[in-house]
Design a protein around this ligand. Structure first.
Ligand SMILES: [Zn+2]
Length: 314
């Protein structure tokens, strides 16, 4: 009867089922060509493109349609590109501003000099030559950064002037009190910070005081850390050298910092009310050594006479 199927019938049924399943899976393994896309500007149908490559089971790998060349589509793509460029620029501007801000804080440049800039400097006959030379000095550093950035080996490092600052000569700015030496140094610091060069500015009393402070047991910094800081920073500015009380410890420390920077080809900017000859006489132990290092490392800038602050209030 119908409930008792012969072996032949059962095998037949199994074969049919197998054919059915094979048939179904064959049709799934050949996916239809993806539907054409319509250009939203001219309405033209754009077909997907056979890449010529195949999936392991032999199916075609499709590429999306080629972009349409109609004026509307071309214009739209240009707009997208431009928007992307603007977005990148905006992001870069934001990154730069916050980097400069944090470098400014790190530089310890006093608020009085944070706005100092070559553009707003008050030039007099007594200081204009020094300003011009300091300006050229900054240009030289900027050019060396730009050169290095053009060099392909630096592309992988990214924009990091710290690693690529190649100018190792500094400046020795001398002139009487109130001749604007610190302001000039401030102009240089602000210019370099704008190029993202890490700077450390310190009045000689503050710098020495920072080291001295580490001798208190409860200080977070160690003497070595402070000295490392002073010697490793890409640009160190020692303001008012000669203002400190001279003594063996002071002389040794100053010599150590200056000499370390000399040996590591790191530039140094010094301002002082004293000339080099006067400084040499001041440091009785290491005078000649400090001065000979400064001569080798720095170009001299002289700010003569005129007290420009008095000139302004007149
Ligand atoms: Zn189109």
């Amino acid at each position: 009867m119908s409930e008792v199927r012969s072996m032949t019938e059962i095998i037949q049924g199994m074969r049919q089922g197998a054919q059915c399943r094979t048939g179904k899976s064959e049709s799934m393994r050949t996916p239809p060509k993806p539907p054409a896309e319509k250009c939203e500007f001219c309405g033209q149908e754009r077909q997907c493109v056979d890449t010529g490559r195949r999936w392991p089971k032999g199916d075609i790998i499709w590429d999306p349609p080629e972009p349409c060349d109609c004026p509307g589509a071309v214009e739209h793509r240009l707009q997208l590109k431009e928007a992307e460029r603007q977005q990148r620029e905006e992001w870069e501007r934001g990154r730069h501003i916050s980097r400069v801000k944090s470098l400014l804080k790190e530089s310890k440049l006093p608020p009085r000099y944070q706005q100092a800039a070559f553009e707003n400097a008050r030039r007099t006959d007594a200081n204009k030559k020094a300003y011009a030379r300091a300006f050229d000095y900054c240009k030289t550093i900027e050019a060396s950064i730009a050169d290095a950035l053009d060099d392909s080996k630096y592309r992988y490092i990214g924009y990091d002037p710290e690693k690529i600052i190649t100018v190792n000569r500094g400046l020795f700015i001398t002139g009487p009190a109130s001749s604007g030496k610190t302001h000039l140094a401030g102009c240089i610091v602000n210019t370099l910070l704008e190029r993202e060069v890490r700077c450390l500015f310190g009045n000689v009393l503050d710098l020495l005081g920072r080291v001295k402070n580490t001798y208190n047991n409860d200080r977070a910094e160690t003497e070595d850390q402070v000295i490392d800081d002073l010697t490793a920073v890409p640009m160190l500015i020692i303001d008012d050298l000669g203002k400190e009380k001279v003594g063996s410890w002071t002389e040794q420390l100053l010599y150590h910092i200056i000499n370390h920077r000399y040996e590591h080809l790191r530039p140094l900017i010094v301002t002082s009310n004293f000339t080099l000859t006067e400084l040499e006489g001041r440091y009785t132990e290491t005078g000649p050594y400090i001065v000979s290092r400064l001569i080798e490392m720095c170009d001299g800038l002289k700010m003569t006479g005129d007290d420009w602050r008095k000139g302004r209030s007149r």
